[in-house]
Design a protein around this ligand. Structure first.
Ligand code: BG6
Length: 485
C-alpha cells in the first residue's frame, strides 16, 4: 500500500486488542460454570479442538494482563460468560465467577487499561435453552435482563464501556455456524423471531446500563463486511445494496433508530413472515438509545446480480484453511457474492482489504452519526514457531499497518473514532477452526492435537505465551500513539 503521509490519532485514543470468553478462557467447568450452547457447538468442529481449554486464559489472566501492559495497551475488549455468572435457572449469582472477572477488571484498571466489556458473545447457558426455550422464547428476555443487571451492578463501578450482543447480524445470517438456529425447523422464517427476541434483550440491556452504571455507555457490535458492486452494471449496484441490507443494514438501522425499517417490514409482508412483535415491544425498542457503535471489520465482500431464476446456494464456509474452499452464496432475485479480482485472499478465503476499514467507518458515520470504536479486525493464519522458537508474522504486521493507516484516514475524513482493538491478543479458538487459525499478537504454544490430547488425559498443558513480531511492532505503534508505524 502506498502511504503519502503519517496518520494522526487523537490524544487518549484507546489502543488494545479483543477476545471473547468462550474462545479464550477455557476452564469450562471450573468454579461453578455450567455448559453453554456454544460449548456443544464447538465440540462438533472436529478435528479442531473444542473450547474446554482454549487459550487457558482463565488460569493465565494475570500473566496476560502483564503482557498487555508491557505492550502498552490502553484498552482491552473482552466478554463475560453468562454461565459463569448465572449458572442455573434459579438465577443465583455465582460468586466464584464474579471473583474471576473482578480480579481481571481490577488488574486491567491497575495497569491503566480501559475495559470494554461485551455481555454476550455466543455463550448462552444450556439451562436457558433447555428450561426457557433459548432464543425462541420470550422468557429468555427476562433471564438476559437479570444477567445484564447483575453485570452492571457488580462491575459498573469500573467498567464504563459496554457492548450488548456481539454480531447479532452474523448470528442471524449464519445461524447454523454458531448454533443459534438450534430447535428451529424453518430458519428462513424463524430467524426473524429469534432476531426480535435478541432485539428485546439488547433494548433491556441498553436501558439497564443507563439506569445502573454512572457514566455508562453502551452500543451494539455489528459484524461489518462492506459490500462492493462487482461492476458498474446498474443491477450489480442493486445487488450490492440488497446484500448490504440483508447482512448488516437491517441490524444497524434497528439499533440506531430503535425501529424496524420499511424495507424490512415490506420484506416480511411479501414473504408472509411474522416476527412475533407484541404490544409494547416497539416502545421498548424505541426507548433504548445507543451511545456508540462498536465495529468488527476484517474484510469486504463483492456482489453481483442474481436473477430470480438463478439456483439458490447457501454460503459454505472454508473449514480447512486451504485456499479456494469457500462457496459463495446466491440468493435468487437479490444478489450473489463473488471473488473480487482487485484484492488478495487469506488461506480461509477472506478478502485482504484494509481499505474496507475506511469505507466502513465513513459509511457508518454518514448513516448514523455516532462515535465508533473498532472492537475486531485481524488476520487469521496457519502459524508455527521457527527453529529458535520465534514466530515471524510479517503478513500480520503489513495488514495491521495498512488498516491503521486507513483508520487514520477515516479520522482525517471527519469520522469520530475512539479506539482500535484488533482480534486478538493471544491466539485463541476461531469460531470453527480451533487454534489452527491464529490471530494473536502473542502465540499460544499448543496445537489442536495437543489440546485434544490434553483434554482426553485431563491434564492442562503449560500453554506458554510467545510474543510474535507483531507484538513488538504494535507496542511501538501504541506507545507513540500511532506516530511510529
Ligand atoms: C468475529 C467474531 O466475527 O470474527 C469472533 O466476533 C470470531 O468471535 C472472529 O472469532 C474471527 O472469525 P473466525 O471464524 O476466523 O474465528
Amino acid at each position: 500500500m502506498h502511504y503519502d503521509h503519517d496518520p494522526k490519532f487523537p490524544e487518549g485514543f484507546l489502543w488494545g486488542a479483543s477476545s471473547a470468553a468462550w474462545q479464550v478462557e477455557g476452564a469450562t467447568d471450573a468454579d461453578g460454570r455450567t455448559p453453554a450452547i456454544i460449548d456443544l457447538n464447538s465440540q462438533t468442529k472436529v478435528p479442531f479442538a473444542d473450547n474446554s481449554i482454549a487459550a487457558d486464559h482463565y488460569h493465565h489472566a494475570h500473566e496476560d494482563v502483564e503482557l498487555m501492559a508491557e505492550c502498552g495497551f490502553t484498552s482491552y475488549r473482552f466478554s463475560l460468560a453468562w454461565p459463569r455468572i448465572i449458572p442455573h435457572s434459579d438465577g443465583k449469582v455465582n460468586e466464584a465467577g464474579i471473583a474471576f472477572y473482578n480480579e481481571l477488571i481490577d488488574d486491567l484498571v491497575a495497569h491503566n487499561i480501559t475495559p470494554i466489556v461485551t455481555l454476550y458473545h455466543y455463550d448462552m447457558p444450556v439451562w436457558v435453552d433447555e428450561e426457557l426455550g433459548g432464543w425462541k422464547s420470550r422468557k429468555t428476555v427476562d433471564a438476559f435482563e437479570h444477567y445484564a443487571r447483575v453485570c452492571f451492578e457488580r462491575f459498573g463501578d469500573r467498567v464504563k464501556y459496554w457492548l450488548a450482543i456481539n454480531e447479532q447480524n452474523m448470528q442471524i445470517c449464519y445461524g447454523d455456524w454458531l448454533g443459534v438456529d438450534k430447535g428451529c425447523d424453518d430458519w428462513f422464517r424463524d430467524k426473524w423471531r429469534v432476531n426480535h427476541i435478541m432485539n428485546l434483550c439488547h433494548a433491556k440491556a441498553v436501558n439497564a446500563c443507563h439506569e445502573l452504571v454512572p457514566g455508562g455507555k453502551i452500543g451494539p457490535v455489528p459484524g461489518m463486511v462492506p459490500i462492493y458492486p462487482f461492476s458498474s452494471e446498474p443491477m450489480d449496484q442493486i445487488a450490492a445494496m440488497n446484500a448490504e441490507e440483508f447482512t448488516e443494514k437491517i441490524w444497524n438501522d434497528t439499533d440506531a433508530y430503535g425501529e424496524y425499517s420499511t424495507f424490512l417490514k415490506n420484506y416480511w409482508k411479501n414473504n408472509d413472515i411474522d416476527p412475533g412483535i407484541e404490544p409494547g415491544d416497539e416502545e421498548l425498542m424505541k426507548s433504548a438509545k445507543i451511545d456508540f457503535i462498536a465495529v468488527n471489520c476484517y474484510r469486504s465482500n463483492t456482489a453481483r446480480w442474481a436473477a430470480a431464476n438463478a439456483a439458490a446456494q447457501a454460503q459454505l464456509m472454508n473449514k480447512t484453511g486451504e485456499k479456494g474452499k469457500l462457496i459463495f452464496p446466491t440468493v435468487p432475485g437479490q444478489y450473489q457474492l463473488c471473488y473480487n479480482p482487485y484484492v488478495p485472499y487469506t488461506d480461509w478465503d477472506w478478502e485482504i482489504d484494509p481499505v474496507s476499514m475506511r469505507y466502513v467507518m465513513r459509511y457508518l458515520w454518514d448513516h448514523y452519526h455516532l462515535p465508533m470504536v473498532v472492537t475486531e479486525n485481524g488476520f487469521g493464519a496457519h502459524e508455527h514457531k521457527d527453529e529458535n522458537g520465534e514466530v515471524h508474522d510479517q503478513y500480520r504486521i503489513d495488514f495491521l499497518r495498512d488498516t491503521v493507516y486507513q483508520l487514520g484516514l477515516a479520522i482525517e475524513d471527519g469520522v469520530e473514532i475512539f479506539g482500535y482493538n484488533p482480534w486478538s491478543f493471544t491466539d485463541l479458538l476461531s469460531t470453527g477452526n480451533g487454534i489452527e487459525k491464529r490471530y494473536g499478537l502473542v502465540y499460544i504454544d499448543a496445537t489442536d492435537d495437543e489440546l485434544n490430547e490434553a483434554k482426553a488425559a485431563g491434564v492442562l498443558p503449560p500453554m506458554k505465551r510467545i510474543k510474535k513480531d507483531s507484538f513488538h511492532w504494535y507496542s511501538k505503534l501504541i506507545k507513540s500513539n500511532g506516530a511510529e508505524w
